[in-house]
Design a protein around this ligand. Structure first.
Ligand code: B12
Length: 306
């Protein structure tokens, strides 16, 4: 099988695993350094010290697999369908099952198939796990463009996408990036509750509800509590405002069927015991902010409602 045929086969395998977009970036492609540099220099990473530690290495594919030739970039959709339960206090990506394991398993199936063709294939699966910039690679592989809100936007599927990569030593022909179609639309910037989108594609996490409710540890600064509104985990304001998400086809059911935890109101969450947390949180992305973080967020949401 030649490289072109192999790539077509990869696309077919990806589609069979439920990925709505698949493309290839060359392992040595040059990813833009400017946005990440600016992000780190200005302290936009807030308390996420690991981003500083990994630094510009996040743009070096060969740091995760020295013999890498290409990166297979993949996206699944979690876009809602009409009639899905509302659960507006939990970000859409987190209402159903945790995506890390689900995506990894599907990538493993693709790798297993590829190994029937090349037994000694070197492959590293990355689902938010390796120190790589998922969005940069997906943009380089032509899965979409980096929107003004920083999200990867696909012209057909919008931005309710979760990204994964298979870094391999297969010499696959790379795809080309697609130009941005944001034009002069600024709806995401206007919709952001904390005015966190400080430049095209750049988010100052210190002002971002998603950072504050998921990644921030300790107290949320008092002047940032009001903007959180009723959200107890993550925020979709900049995606909900995006025209490319209006009428996007429905995504995987696993992400759209809310877990018991995502179905709880801020008031119910506030009464959740530690035993309840241990019972309901496994397998849910809500585990990320911890029991204390979730109760902190629920208390702020209740305070904002009163
Ligand atoms: C840290 C992090 C966050 C932080 C910071 C987000 C940010 N905007 O930087 C916080 C906690 C705020 C966050 C929030 C969210 N996140 Co997050 N997050 C990450 C993580 C772990 C690292 C991102 C990072 O390094 N940011 C720093 C910036 C500077 O780097 P970058 O995003 O990689 O940006 C590069 C590109 O923009 C590129 N670029 C710009 N223009 C162009 C043009 C071309 C042609 C190319 C090739 C590249 C390119 O340059 C930058 C590098 O210099 C990634 C997973 C990963 N391993 O990459 C997920 C990830 C970005 N998050 C994801 C999700 C789903 C979310 C939320 C939607 C969750 C929610 N609903 O609450 C929000 C969205 C908020 C937003 N508007 O960005 C998805 C995004 C999928 C998508 N469609 O884009 C990712 C990819 C996880 C995944 N595997 O699917 N997140």
């Amino acid at each position: 099988m030649g490289p072109l045929e192999t790539k077509e086969w990869v696309r077919e395998l990806a589609a069979r695993q439920g990925f709505v977009a698949a493309g290839v970036a060359a392992a040595d492609c040059s990813l833009p350094t400017g946005p990440l540099e600016q992000f780190l220099q200005n302290g936009y990473h807030a308390g996420m010290a690991y981003l500083v530690r990994q630094g510009m290495g996040r743009l070096d594919v060969r740091s995760v697999l020295p013999q890498a030739q290409s990166v297979i970039c993949l996206a699944v959709s979690y876009a809602p369908a009409p009639g899905d339960p509302a659960n507006a206090h939990v970000a859409r990506y987190a209402r159903g099952r945790d995506y890390h394991r689900l995506l990894r398993r599907r990538c493993e199936k693709i790798v297993a198939q590829l190994r029937t063709h090349k037994a000694d294939l070197a492959a590293k699966i990355c689902v938010d796990s390796a120190p790589l910039s998922d969005r940069s690679l997906a943009a380089a592989a032509g899965l979409g463009w980096i929107g003004r809100n920083g999200c990867l936007i696909n012209p057909r599927w919008g931005s309710y996408l979760l990204l994964a990569e298979i870094v391999t030593d297969l010499p696959l022909p790379p795809d080309s990036p697609i130009p941005s179609r944001c034009g002069d639309c600024r709806r995401c910037i206007q919709a952001c509750p904390g005015q966190a989108i400080v430049a095209d594609g750049l988010v100052d996490c210190r002002r971002c509800n998603s950072y504050l409710t998921i990644e921030h540890r300790g107290q949320i600064p008092p002047d940032r509590r009001r903007q959180i509104g009723q959200r107890v985990f993550g925020c979709d304001a900049c995606q909900e405002a995006c025209p490319f998400n209006q009428g996007a086809p429905a995504g995987l059911e696993e992400f759209r069927r809310p877990t018991a935890m995502a179905g709880m109101s801020p008031r119910q969450l506030l009464r959740l015991s530690r035993a309840g947390w241990e019972e309901f949180s496994p397998g849910s992305p809500l585990r990320r902010c911890g029991y204390d973080g979730l109760l902190r967020n629920a208390a702020i949401a209740c305070e904002n409602a009163s």
